[in-house]
Every structure is written in structure tokens, then in C-alpha cells.
Design a binder for this molecule. Structure first.
Ligand code: ZN
Length: 158
């Protein structure tokens, strides 16, 4: 299973698990990547598109978001959410299945994105029993061979 970087020059500005009252869960449930409005967002892993658009999916706070379900990445199924998009790349996402590295959308600040344009990447593993069944996306990105060129700035996980 190929693991692709989510943005062209991945820089993490807020790691998974950082505590704060800004988040309903009390901590950051995904990983934020720096980006300019309109920068491409790549599928980290290939799989089936199970949601795209603003409504439903995992909630309005995520704005325009895409969810991809992948098998063979982790034990069980993996759902990856790409949130706050400016818009979805319908030519690709409309096909219902994507490969790692496909451009699935473009960075924006839709939904609850007070820090401005960025990609919020969130991952959940099966069984999808609870909304907070998230894992640290960095643990999946670390599986890439060769290692992805990811830089980190901003608050560290406490
Ligand atoms: Zn975030």
C-alpha cells in the first residue's frame, strides 16, 4: 500500500492530540498541514470515496470534506478525512475510487477554520463505533517508504 504526502510541501502546524478548548473533543483530533488557498490536496492512501461535499459526513465544522476508506494500510479499515477544502476535485473524486497521490481537492478554510486556509487530516480505524475513534495520522504517514519529507512547526503534543 502506497502512502503519499497530503500536500506538496508538508509542514505540520498543529499535531494530533494537542490539548485545547477550541476543539469539541478537548484535543486536536487530526493533523493540520500548512497551505495556501487552492493548493492541491493528495490522497494519502488509495481507496473508496465514502463522502465528499459540505453536508453530512463527519459534520459541518469540517466544511467541504472528503472521506476515503482504505484497506491494507492498518489493521482493519482506515477512514481518512480531508477537511476545510476550498472545493473537491470532482473529476477524480466523482469516479468513486482513488489512488494514493490523486488530487482529491484544494486547500481552503471552509467550515470551522479560524486559523485560515490549511488541511485538517483526520484518521479513524474500524470498528467505527465512536466519533472520537481517531488515531494519530503521523503514525500512518510514518509507514511511507521512502520516508516522507515532513516538517513540523507549531505546538507539540503534550
Ligand atoms: Zn485541525
Amino acid at each position: 500500500m502506497t502512502i503519499h504526502k497530503p500536500t506538496r510541501y508538508p509542514v505540520i502546524t498543529c499535531a494530533y492530540g494537542v490539548k485545547g478548548h477550541a476543539w469539541a473533543a478537548g484535543h486536536h483530533t487530526g493533523t493540520d498541514f500548512q497551505g495556501q488557498f487552492g493548493d492541491p490536496v493528495f490522497a494519502v492512501a488509495g481507496g473508496e470515496i465514502i463522502h465528499s461535499g459540505r453536508m453530512h459526513g463527519w459534520g459541518l465544522a469540517y466544511g467541504v470534506h472528503v472521506i476515503i476508506e482504505s484497506e491494507g494500510v492498518v489493521q482493519g479499515k482506515l477512514q481518512t478525512l480531508y477537511a476545510h477544502l476550498a472545493h473537491v476535485n470532482l473529476d477524480v473524486v466523482g469516479k468513486g475510487k482513488v489512488k494514493a497521490g490523486d488530487i482529491i481537492g484544494y486547500i481552503g478554510a471552509s467550515g470551522n477554520a479560524p486559523t485560515g486556509p490549511h488541511l485538517h487530516l483526520e484518521m479513524r480505524v474500524s470498528p467505527f463505533l465512536y466519533d472520537n475513534k481517531t488515531i494519530d495520522p503521523e503514525s500512518v504517514l510514518k509507514l511511507a517508504k521512502p520516508a516522507l519529507p515532513i516538517k513540523k512547526v507549531g505546538p507539540k503534543k503534550k
